[in-house]
Design a protein around this ligand. Structure first.
Ligand SMILES: C[S@@+](CC[C@H](N)C(=O)[O-])C[C@H]1O[C@@H](n2cnc3c(N)ncnc32)[C@H](O)[C@@H]1O
Length: 201
């Protein structure tokens, strides 16, 4: 399974196939993000069961994984990224060290969690995921589990995020997720993002 995450050439299907540039990582820590996408709203949409496992797929610097771990001390939050440079930034944050329920994991080391995750969060990452990575994400979910895809909305003028032609409209995102075998169970719009909660069909 790890090959799905570490093969650079295997991003077929992604709207923006270029790997996220760690030089832009500081943008992920912009405090304005919490105004237009409040972590408590994300946690509410995830609706993780008590004592369950959330995996933040493409955690970056862990901005939201840290908040989820704070908001839900009963839940284990696995912060997954394919780039060691991103996880290093997460681990350098004092908050990360103080949260026993936060576990940074490199994507190449994730084997063994397949079918065991209650909730997957994929935040600002769907446009970067190739079809095989999406299938790998789907395989992480346990029966009855759900994934929450939140990404920049191509239909909205925004002060932040990738250019509009690098991301999906809500309808395009729905179609892509349905194509890889997800059923949409909830949809919501934030000022600059769409959010789609799905389960495996
Ligand atoms: C735009 S950043 C978003 C980071 C974070 N979700 C946030 O919103 O702050 C996308 C992140 O996803 C990671 N990523 C992209 N494809 C991935 C994959 N197949 N597996 C794991 N991480 C991935 C990138 O390395 C990058 O850190």
């Amino acid at each position: 399974m790890s090959q799905h995450f570490i093969d650079d050439d295997n991003r077929q299907g992604a709207r923006q196939p270029e790997r996220f540039n760690p030089d832009r990582a500081s943008r992920l820590d912009d405090p304005a993000r919490f105004e237009y996408l409040p972590p408590a709203e994300v946690a509410g949409m995830l609706d993780a069961p008590a004592n369950s496992k959330i995996l933040d797929f493409g955690t970056g610097t862990g901005t939201y994984a840290i908040e989820l771990a704070r908001l839900r001390p009963d839940v284990e939050v696995i912060a997954l990224d394919e780039q060691p440079a991103m996880l290093e930034r997460l681990q350098a944050k004092p908050a990360a060290a103080s949260l026993p329920n936060l576990k940074p994991v490199l994507a190449s080391e994730i084997s063994g969690v397949n079918g065991q995750v209650d909730r997957v969060l994929a935040l600002n990452v769907l446009h970067e995921l190739g079809d095989e990575a999406l299938q790998s994400l789907r395989a992480l979910l346990k029966p009855g589990g759900a994934a929450l895809f939140i990404d920049w909305n191509a239909e909205v003028d925004r002060p932040a995020g990738p250019p509009r032609d690098h991301v999906y409209s809500p309808a395009e995102a729905r179609a892509r997720l349905e194509q890889v075998g997800f059923t949409i169970e909830l949809e919501r719009l934030f000022p600059y993002h769409y959010a789609l909660r799905v389960h495996a069909s």
